[in-house]
Design a binder for this molecule. Sequence first.
Ligand code: AHG
Ligand code: MN
Ligand code: MN
Length: 332
Amino acid sequence: MKQVSLTQYLIELQREKGCVSAELRLLIEVVARACKRISHAVSKGALGGVLGGAGTDNIQGEAQKKLDVIANEVLVEANEWGGHLAALASEEMEHPHQIPSRYPRGEFLLLMDPLDGSSNIDVNVSIGTIFSVLRCPEGVEPDEKAFLQKGSQQVAAGFAVYGPQTILVLTVGCGVAAFTLDRELGSFVMTQPDIKLSADTQEFAINASNARNWHPPVKHYIDECLAGKEGPRGKDFNMRWVASMVADVFRILSRGGIFMYPADSKHTKGRLRLMYEANPMAMIVEQAGGAATDGRQRILDIQPTELHQRVGVVLGAKNEVERVTQYHLKQA
Ligand code: AHG
Ligand code: MN
Ligand code: MN
């Protein structure tokens, strides 16, 4: 079988469909290279001294793991000298990182969750990296305000999963493709060319330990799923929760499903971050034919007001996401 590398996929998209510029392609390749480095560090585990806490807190007040810090450094170092970025922002940095003046400044803004699924690092469960690319408005300083664009403005979004295989999922607005890292060749090879999400599903993902805090529409939806064949849905549902969004979303892209981290009475604004978790995942899921809302509104239509803003997330199979959203809207 003829193998298509990430580079070839992007060059063909550039030539045939014009949905990626040479500049954007080069930026994506830099991010992909950084993900290979992170994958390598992750796979060493205790032998590479990369497990455990870093002894510091990030801007969200969450304890940073060594790998949160390492992954952030790898991504910053890989991206700052290439000339593609105007600035970059990260879950691990309070303010946007400006490109040092000794390097040329490019046209793009990169947002990232360097290491997603931190609670799984030390227990050998899949973790990943999420990224989103925006264009820096012309003539504008790439400060925090420049980043506050709706998700619908993203020009690319992707994530890597460091699991049994290292996989990169990518969209540049022309569908979604997934690439598996060939460790011998050191290159990402396309393994899922045009991912499409089924509109229906019998599998849901939610952290049920938050059940007591759920708002009534979420409780109602999950109760109906749990009632199975005998209940109003007339079918049995299965449940999965990896606690790494990258792994849960990759499963949904592979075999369908719905993922929810809704706002609740404890996480009143939601738990996940809009700009570098929800937006890139929403773009990917929509590009695959699925849907993504905060329970009421399309995630990609939300006007951000803060870099590290949180948001409720309901994404995946279109009909299920619509159902959950309707339950919220009816409650009004
Ligand atoms: P991060 O490690 O970047 O902070 O993100 C973890 C996120 C997400 O990946 C996952 O779906 C969720 O947090 C897990 O939350 P719980 O620990 O509440 O299950
Ligand atoms: Mn995360
Ligand atoms: Mn993270």
